[in-house]
Every structure is written in C-alpha cells, then in structure tokens.
Design a protein around this ligand. Structure first.
Ligand SMILES: [Zn+2]
Length: 251
C-alpha cells in the first residue's frame, strides 16, 4: 500500500503544499470518484471508491512529487442500487457540482493536469455528457489546464478482458471480486459467495486480482505521465469505450 502522506492533499500543511507548488514539481492532480453501494452479498459497499483511491494513490506515489490525490466525495450516482439499504446515491446535479468544484479549486491554484479517475460505472454517463463543456471552459479561461476523465479499468481493458470470465468491470463479479481479494481481502466474505444466486464471483482469485490491479496502476501511470508530457489534450465527448462495455455486457 502506498504511503499516502506524500500524495493525499489533506495530509499536507499549507506551507508544505505552497512550497511543493512553488518549486514547480507539483503540477498534476487526480480527483477520485466512485461509489458506496451494495456489491451483492459478499463484497463490501466501499469497493468502488476504495479501489479507485487505491489505484490513484499508487499512481501518485509512482509519479511523486509531481502528483497529488484528492477524494472530494465518496459516493456517486447509484440510484439503481437504492433498493438495497445502505447504498448511497448523489443526485446527478449535486454530484457534478461537487466534482467540478474540486477540479476548479485545483485549476485556480495552478494545477496544469487534472485527471478524474473513476471507480463506478454509473458515474460515466453524466461525466461523458458534461466533460467537454468543462474542457471548453478551461480552453477559454485557463488554456494551460488539461482535464480528462477515465475509469481505471478502461485504461487496462485489454489485459483485463483476457483474464476475466465476465464483463469488465461488471458489478461485484469476477473482476471486482478478484481485485478486492488482492487489495482488501478483508472486504470479501468468501463463504457468502457460495450462498447467493449469482455464481460468477466464484471465478475470482487473488492472483488474478494482482494482475488486474497492477495493470490498472501501470496503465493509469502511463496515461498520466503522457498528460504531463503534453499528450491527451483532445477536447472530446467520448472519452471511454462505453459502446464496447455495453456490448460486452449483452454478450
Ligand atoms: Zn463496483
């Protein structure tokens, strides 16, 4: 697990932060989004935000001292899970407002690259609908600011699909359960996996999780380094492979 004192924004004092930015070394931020929602009978509800935060802190540690991580809100758009008590959901408008406030505060303080790293599929559609507007906003108000959005599994989709039996990421299926076994084994109730209708999570293994998590960290690190190097500056509506995701789910 990464040493998050070096990469989580809230761990810095204002002096440490000011000096890191003034030195020119700190210029890039990851804004983490996810969800707290039911994940079948066997997986803890924190999975989406916990895994996205884990990937983000590992990436920021690899790219230290250039990258900081902020987690402005733990829960996301999960109306479709509210029939299960304990799930939390934000309204789309309030969720987008908080995320943009987090992005805008970073931009106002001089961050040049801001990656919104997502861990929950339900957050993709609203972000896909609005991101290009935010990109255009900075195009005119702060031309040096590059803001992009990625779900961590999309960057490592190819290798993930080679290893998983079902959809990537699915919902509490092989992919998510394997990654939890590797990173948060205490979040997986293995015995419960045998006593629910959905048997696909039984395909999960810790070793598979290691491959999937390492791939996500590696691909996200590469992507963010490329942002720092001036790539991925496209102002595009379609930032992830949603069609492919949906067709895979139907298959
Ligand atoms: Zn999930």
């Amino acid at each position: 697990m990464a040493d998050n004192t070096k990469v989580m924004i809230g761990k810095y004092t204002r002096r440490e932060f000011r000096e890191a930015m003034d030195s020119g070394q700190l210029h890039t931020a990851i804004v983490v989004t996810g969800a707290i929602e039911q994940h079948l009978e066997h997986l803890a509800m924190e999975h989406d935000i916990a895994m996205a935060t884990h990937i983000a802190t590992e990436v920021a540690t690899r790219l230290h001292p250039h990258v900081i991580v902020t987690v402005p809100m733990s829960f996301g758009l999960s109306e479709h899970h509210m029939k299960h008590r304990g799930s939390q959901t934000a309204k789309p408008g309030s969720w987008l407002s908080v995320i943009f406030d987090a992005v805008d505060g970073l931009a106002r303080h001089g961050f040049k690259n801001i990656l919104i790293l997502n861990g929950h599929g339900g957050n993709e559609a609203p972000m896909d609908g609005i991101l290009w507007q935010w990109q255009d906003y900075y195009k005119t108000t702060a031309p040096g600011v590059n803001i992009q959005f990625q779900s961590y599994w999309n960057l490592a989709r190819e290798i993930s699909e080679q290893h998983c039996t079902g959809a990537v990421p699915g919902h509490a299926q092989d992919y998510e359960t394997s990654t939890a076994m590797y990173v948060f084994p205490e979040n997986v109730r293995v015995e419960e996996m045998h006593h629910q209708d959905d048997k696909e999570p039984l395909n999960a293994t810790m070793e598979k999780g290691r491959i999937l998590v390492e791939a996500a960290i590696s691909k996200t690190s590469d992507y963010l380094q490329q942002m720092i190097d001036g790539q991925h500056r496209e102002f595009a509506r379609q930032v992830f492979s949603r069609e492919r995701y949906l067709s895979k789910q139907k298959a």
